[in-house]
Design a protein around this ligand. Structure first.
Ligand code: SF4
Length: 492
């Protein structure tokens, strides 16, 4: 074990490792421009990805694409939005792991020309049969422009003999497995789809002027749109000429395997995901944590922002006052973290500052959403001690993460997950907390309305699909663990 913990590399909390993505699509029902709405929707979903973003739009004659690195507000300048103006568009926010090189070609939506015309796709998830499919297609002569699994869907659609884009896409989606929530569009039609397990969310909405699809309802709130409900697992929604058509192209897999981490961390608390309030569930997780792991303490603090609701739930259930003991700097981007590292300032130190006036001499319950590798938790504990905390009772609003995710979240290999090798006492000792308590799977499931319909594989190891070979045993694992990149034009 090195200084940072297990087998090389730092340990971090879940919230800094994700490779989740945000999707927004819109079609005008009145001929208006929808690009401004897709831009605002991506802005509302910025938490699902900050590495880059893109929009593909369709006006009367042209399909246009603009993609860039960084934040939505930086990429889509007024000039870029003017260029993109159109009556139909899809957008994608991309997240990449800290320290991982991200290139513009990795940013979606992907856009290709094929014999049927233009086809654009934006994908949230990961295909578990990507390696096998790609090998097979390469052996048949396919040439890939990227290493992305999303590109496989484009290739499969292009190879189909179905006469329509919807037919081609339906055939392609029947050949892929894993987490596949997509938006796609050609010159006439916008398509939204969720795989039969329903791993990742997608909601349908509308305003008086447009029909929308988005990863989370918070995008609709910003646009003043009414939510018409979830796209169902296995369902394809097509929007053309102002009409919505909903078709079940594959039977839903029962039980469903919706990602429980959307509720724990990924989604915004003001969203409804899988039909439930994320805020309500997070508060309930905090209350369950207070019941399962009570603490003799003076105050409860959150690791902001993803743990705020759970910490509040802990405080209300335990009667221990909630305080703001850690302040988060929201303006710390990737470049700044790299600059900080040059000055030997850790990302944790850049992001969080303890409030000495609150912490001095106090016995503190600190609530976090998860522990993945452990480095960040350890640094947070050190930070709180420097800030004057006398005791630190670390409470985690999820069970120990013992297995990687193969469904769109870039968690590390087994070797890097602290809970895969260490028990709770060893983790507590590594983190340096006075006490440490996790939720159980039963606590987690008690907080949701349909407990049978969730994936818990990163806790239980019970994967609902075949999974790729262990990444540490895959000879070209760097490919497996590199997230999709994009193809199509780079312009605007
Ligand atoms: S393995 Fe974990 S993170 Fe991945 S989909 Fe399942 S619950 Fe979500």
């Amino acid at each position: 074990m090195d200084a940072s913990g297990l087998a090389g590399g730092p340990r971090e909390r879940m919230s800094e490792l994700q490779e989740k993505c945000g999707l927004v699509g819109a079609v005008a029902t009145s001929g208006c421009d929808v690009v401004e709405s897709v831009y605002l929707g991506l802005y509302a979903l910025q938490h699902r990805g900050q590495a880059g973003a893109g929009i593909v739009s369709r006006s009367r004659r042209k399909t246009r694409v603009h993609r860039g690195m960084g934040l939505v507000s930086e990429i889509f300048t007024p000039k870029a939005r003017d260029y993109l103006a159109g009556h139909m568009a899809i957008g994608h926010n991309r997240y990449a792991t800290t320290g991982r090189a991200t290139k513009l070609r990795n940013v979606q939506p992907l856009l290709v020309d094929y014999q049927g015309g233009k086809l654009a796709i934006a994908h949230n998830g990961t295909l578990v049969n990507a390696v096998a499919l790609r090998r097979e297609m390469e052996s048949l002569g396919s040439i890939f422009q990227t290493t992305t699994d999303s590109e496989l869907i484009l290739h499969l659609a292009a190879r189909s003999r179905e006469p329509t884009m919807v037919g081609r896409l339906t055939e392609a989606l029947g050949q892929v497995a894993g987490a596949v929530t997509i938006l796609a569009m050609d010159e006439r039609t916008l398509v939204g789809y969720r795989d039969p397990f329903g791993f990742r969310p997608l909601v349908l909405g509308r305003t008086g002027e447009m029909i929308l699809l988005a990863s989370e309802t918070c995008a609709f709130d910003l646009l003043g749109a009414d939510c018409l409900g979830d796209v169902q697992p296995g369902e394809m929604v097509t929007i053309e000429a102002g009409r919505i058509e909903r078709r079940q192209i594959a039977p839903p897999k029962r039980p469903l395997r919706q990602c429980i981490f959307e509720h724990i961390y990924f989604a915004r608390p003001d969203s409804h995901v899988f039909g439930e309030s994320v805020n309500r569930i997070r508060r309930e997780l905090g209350a369950a944590l207070a019941r399962r792991h009570p603490a003799d303490a003076d105050l409860v603090i959150a690791v902001p922002d993803s743990s705020n609701a759970a910490a509040l739930g802990y405080s209300l259930a335990s009667g221990i006052p909630f305080e703001l003991g850690l302040i988060r700097n929201h303006y710390v981007g990737r470049t700044f973290i790299q600059a900080g590292q040059a000055h030997r300032v850790s990302a944790v130190r850049l992001k969080f500052n303890p409030v000495r006036a609150v912490l001095e001499g106090q016995r503190v319950v600190v609530v976090d959403d998860s522990i993945v590798r452990g480095t960040t938790s350890r640094q947070l504990v050190q930070l709180l001690r420097k800030g004057g905390a006398r005791e630190i009772h670390f409470r985690v609003a999820s069970p120990p993460i013992q297995n990687p995710c193969f469904y769109g979240i870039d968690t590390p290999t087994w070797e890097e997950l602290i809970a895969a090798g260490d028990d709770v006492e060893a983790i507590r000792a590594y983190v340096g907390a006075t006490t440490l308590g996790y939720l159980t799977e039963a606590d987690l499931l008690a907080s949701v309305s349909h407990p049978d319909d969730y994936c818990l594989a990163c806790f239980s190891g019970e994967y609902p699909t075949e999974i790729p070979a262990r990444p540490d045993r895959v000879p070209f694992d760097s490919e497996r663990w590199r997230r999709p990149s994009a193809c199509g034009e780079e312009d605007a």
